[in-house]
Design a protein around this ligand. Sequence first.
Ligand code: HEC
Length: 131
Amino acid sequence: MKSFKFAVAAAVALMASPVIAQSDADMMFEDPGMLTQTDGEDIYNAICSGCHMPEGEGAVGAGMYPALADNPNLEYPGYAIYLILHGQKAMPALGGVLSDEQIAAVVGYIRTSFGNDYADEVSVQEVTDTR
Ligand code: HEC
């Protein structure tokens, strides 16, 4: 059932996304490897970049998608972890889609990418405790 949940969440994400075309959506649903990705960058590119853009620059269009680049809100991992797990306004809750390990990996990735330099480790335990 995990893949069904993912398809639903991805469909929601894609509908709200300013850039992803329908053909990309079809491709995503056909990719059985989607949920097994453990690398933060791969997860970002698969799920987050559609809204937050490939370089984390964010977007303003059909909605407001905050930039993750040079973002001081990422100083403490707990904020991003909570948002990814539970969602907030137009940010979809991804706690049913991603494992604790995957969330720790993607938060670690955004905190050390796009001009962010928060190198301390994001622990899987913190994600587990935030669920
Ligand atoms: C469907 C579009 C969408 C997707 C997919 C998405 N986000 Fe978001 N995200 C948003 C929106 C919209 C907000 C602003 C929410 C608000 O208004 O409070 C946001 C907010 C955030 C914030 C807080 C930024 C700040 O400065 O307050 C972080 C961190 C974040 N997202 C990370 C991620 C990560 C990591 C992923 C992938 C696992 C992801 N998002 C996937 C739309 C999205």
